[in-house]
Write a protein that binds this ligand. Structure first.
Ligand SMILES: Cc1cc2nc3c(=O)[nH]c(=O)nc-3n(C[C@H](O)[C@H](O)[C@H](O)COP(=O)(O)OP(=O)(O)OC[C@H]3O[C@@H](n4cnc5c(N)ncnc54)[C@H](O)[C@@H]3O)c2cc1C
Ligand SMILES: NC(=O)c1ccc[n+]([C@@H]2O[C@H](COP(=O)([O-])OP(=O)(O)OC[C@H]3O[C@@H](n4cnc5c(N)ncnc54)[C@H](O)[C@@H]3O)[C@@H](O)[C@H]2O)c1
Length: 467
C-alpha cells in the first residue's frame, strides 16, 4: 500500500494547498471530476463570462432612455459558449498536466472514500484500478454538488443544473428556473438578456431571501420587470410537454392558486449540498454536522489528528473567496504545525452578479434587531449622487447598518450598478474597525464617481465618539 506525506481530495481550492515548500513531501492529489473544481469549470468563472455579454445585450433598453438607440441584432450562443469553454477547458487541462507532472505529486483521477482514519480507497475507473493509499495528513477539499429536490415527475423529464446549462447546444426559446437564490438570479439575467423567455418559480416571498429585506424586495421587483417572477410558489410536479420536448411545471402559490408553465428548458437551482457524504467519513473519527458539513475548528482541523477540511465541504458560505482563504490557512498550518493560524470568518462578503447586482457584508437590519444591538440605518439612493443622477438612476441604493456609540459598520447592503466593486471599501472598514464618519472624512472621494454614494451613505449614519 502506497504511503504519502499528504493527500488532498479535491482539485478546486485544494489544489492551491500544495506549495513549493512541500517539494520534499510525497503528495497524492485525488480528483474524481474535472481538474480545477467548481469555480473554474462550472461556477464563478464561466457564469461571469456569461454575465458580461448579458450586461451588453441588456444595454439597449437603458441606452434608449438616455437618447442612444441601440439594437440587439443577435446573440450568437455557440460563439459565446465556445469562447468561454475554449478559454476555460485548456486552463483546466493545463493545470491538470502541470500538477500531474510535479515530481513529488501523484494524481489519482478517481473517487476516494475512507476505509480508516488515514486510509483512502480509490475506486476503480476506466483505466484506473482500485487501490488503497495511506497518508499522514489529509485535506478534505471535495466541495459540494447541486441538489435536485424529488419533485414528482422529475425523473421522467429532461432538466439542467448549473453543471450542464452553460453547455446547451442552442439557446432555448423559453426556460423555467426553479429556485430563487444566487444561481437563479444570475442565470435569469443571463438568459433573459439573451432573449430567452424566463420564468422563475421561487418558494420564498422574495428572491434572494437571505439578503437584507429591503434589498430582496427591491431585487424581486426589478428582476420582475424583465422576467416572469412567481414567488411564494411551490412546484407540484413536472411533466414532459405533450409535444415531446421541453417541460410543463405545475406550481401552486401559498394561497393555493395553481398554474402551469411550459418551457423548452427546466433549470433546477435549489442549492448545493456538501460532498462529505461521498467520503464514507463514518469509517473515520471525522465529524459531520446535521447539514452534512465536515466539522472543523478555527484552524480548519477536523477532530482527527492530521485531517483538515476547507471550502464547500465544511463551510456554510459556499463561496470561492472563502474556500481560497481557508486553503491558505490549511497550507500554513500544514507547514507550521507549531504556529498554526486561524481562519477569519468575521466579515465574509458576497455578491450576486445579476441585473441589478447585489453585494453585502455583515448583518442585515433584521439580524441587528434580533441581536438587540443599538444600531442606526442609512439608505442612500444612487440617484442622489452626481454619477447616479447622470445615469438617471431611480432604482438602486446603498444601505448601511451602523452601531451607535462606536460608529462602526455592522452591515452593508448594495443593490445597483457595480455593487460588487463599490462594496470593497466597506468590507475594508469593517475588517479594520474604521468608524463610518472617520472613513468618510478621512480620505478624498473622487468626484463625481459612483463611489460617492458610499461616502454619502457613511455620512448619513450618526457620528460617534470614535469618529
Ligand atoms: C454556478 C455557480 C456559480 C458560482 N459563482 C460564484 C461566484 O461568483 N463567487 C463565489 O465566490 N463563489 C461562486 N460559486 C461557489 C464556488 O464555486 C464554490 O464555493 C467553490 O468553487 C468551492 O470550492 P471547493 O474547493 O470547496 O470545492 P470544488 O471547487 O467544488 O472542488 C471539489 C472537487 O472535489 C472533487 N470531488 C468531490 N468528491 C470527491 C471524492 N469523493 N473523491 C475525489 N474527488 C472528489 C470534485 O470533483 C471537485 O472537483 C459558484 C458556484 C456555482 C455552482
Ligand atoms: N455570485 C456568487 O457568489 C454565487 C453564484 C452562484 C452560486 N453561488 C453559490 O452556490 C450556492 C448554490 O446556489 P443556489 O442558487 O443553488 O443556492 P441558494 O441557496 O442561493 O438558493 C437556493 C434556492 O432554492 C430554493 N429551494 C431550495 N429547496 C427548494 C425546493 N425543494 N423547492 C423549491 N425551491 C427550493 C431556496 O428557497 C432558494 O431560493 C450558493 O449558496 C452560493 O454560495 C455563488
Amino acid at each position: 500500500m502506497r504511503h504519502f506525506d499528504l493527500c488532498v481530495i479535491g482539485s478546486g481550492s485544494g489544489n492551491s494547498v500544495i506549495d513549493d515548500a512541500m517539494d520534499g513531501w510525497s503528495v497524492a492529489m485525488v480528483e474524481a471530476g474535472t481538474f480545477g473544481g467548481t469555480c473554474l469549470n462550472v461556477g464563478c468563472i464561466p457564469t461571469k463570462m456569461y454575465v458580461y455579454p448579458a450586461d451588453l445585450a441588456a444595454s439597449p433598453q437603458q441606452a434608449k432612455e438616455l437618447g442612444v438607440d441601440l439594437e440587439l441584432v443577435d446573440v450568437r450562443w455557440p460563439d459565446i459558449r465556445d469562447r468561454i469553454f475554449g478559454r476555460i477547458d485548456p486552463i483546466s487541462s493545463g493545470g491538470r498536466d502541470w500538477r500531474a507532472g510535479r515530481p513529488n505529486v501523484t494524481l489519482y483521477e478517481q473517487r476516494g472514500r475512507f476505509v480508516g482514519d488515514h486510509e483512502l480507497l480509490l475506486e476503480a475507473r476506466d483505466g484506473h484500478p482500485e487501490t488503497t493509499i495511506t497518508a499522514d495528513r489529509f485535506v478534505l477539499a471535495n466541495g459540494s454538488r447541486a441538489v435536485v429536490p424529488p419533485f414528482p415527475g422529475i425523473d421522467a423529464v429532461p432538466y439542467e443544473t448549473s453543471d450542464t446549462v452553460m453547455r446547451l447546444d442552442a439557446l432555448p426559446r423559453s426556460m423555467v428556473i426553479v429556485g430563487g437564490g444566487y444561481i437563479a438570479a444570475e442565470f435569469a439575467h443571463v438568459f433573459s438578456s439573451y432573449g430567452v423567455q424566463v420564468t422563475i418559480v421561487g418558494r420564498s416571498p422574495q428572491l434572494l431571501s437571505r439578503e437584507d429585506a429591503q434589498v430582496s424586495e427591491r431585487f424581486t421587483e426589478l428582476l420582475g420587470r424583465r422576467v416572469d417572477v412567481r414567488t411564494s410558489t411551490e412546484v407540484q410536479r413536472v411533466d414532459r410537454r405533450p409535444s415531446g420536448d421541453g417541460v410543463v411545471v405545475t406550481a401552486r402559490t401559498k394561497e393555493g392558486v395553481e398554474s402551469t408553465i411550459e418551457a423548452d428548458v427546466l433549470l433546477v437551482a435549489t442549492g448545493r449540498t456538501p460532498n462529505a457524504d461521498t467520503l464514507d467519513l463514518d469509517r473515520t473519527g471525522v465529524e459531520v454536522d446535521d447539514d452534512g458539513r465536515v466539522v472543523v475548528d478555527s484552524r480548519q482541523r477536523t477532530g482527527v489528528e492530521g485531517i483538515f477540511a476547507l471550502g464547500d465541504v465544511s463551510s456554510a458560505h459556499q463561496l470561492k473567496h472563502v474556500a481560497n482563504h481557508e486553503a491558505r490557512v490549511v497550507k500554513h498550518n500544514l507547514l507550521h504545525p507549531d504556529a498554526m493560524v486561524e481562519s477569519d470568518h468575521r466579515y465574509v462578503p458576497h455578491a450576486v452578479f445579476s441585473d441589478p447586482q447585489v453585494a453585502a457584508v455583515g448583518l442585515t437590519e433584521a439580524e441587528a434587531e434580533e441581536q438587540g444591538l443599538d444600531y442606526a440605518v442609512a439608505v442612500q439612493d444612487y440617484g442622489s449622487t452626481a454619477y447616479g443622477w447622470a445615469m438617471g438612476d431611480e432604482d438602486h441604493f446603498v444601505k448601511l447598518v451602523g452601531e451607535r456609540g462606536t460608529g462602526r459598520l455592522l452591515g452593508a447592503h448594495l443593490i445597483g450598478p457595480q455593487a460588487s466593486s463599490l462594496i470593497q471599501p466597506l468590507i475594508q472598514a469593517m475588517s479594520f474597525g474604521l468608524p463610518a464618519h472617520a472613513m468618510a472624512r478621512g480620505q478624498y472621494w473622487i468626484h463625481p464617481a459612483m463611489a460617492e454614494v458610499v461616502e454619502n451613505a457613511l455620512l448619513a449614519l450618526p457620528s460617534s465618539s470614535e469618529d
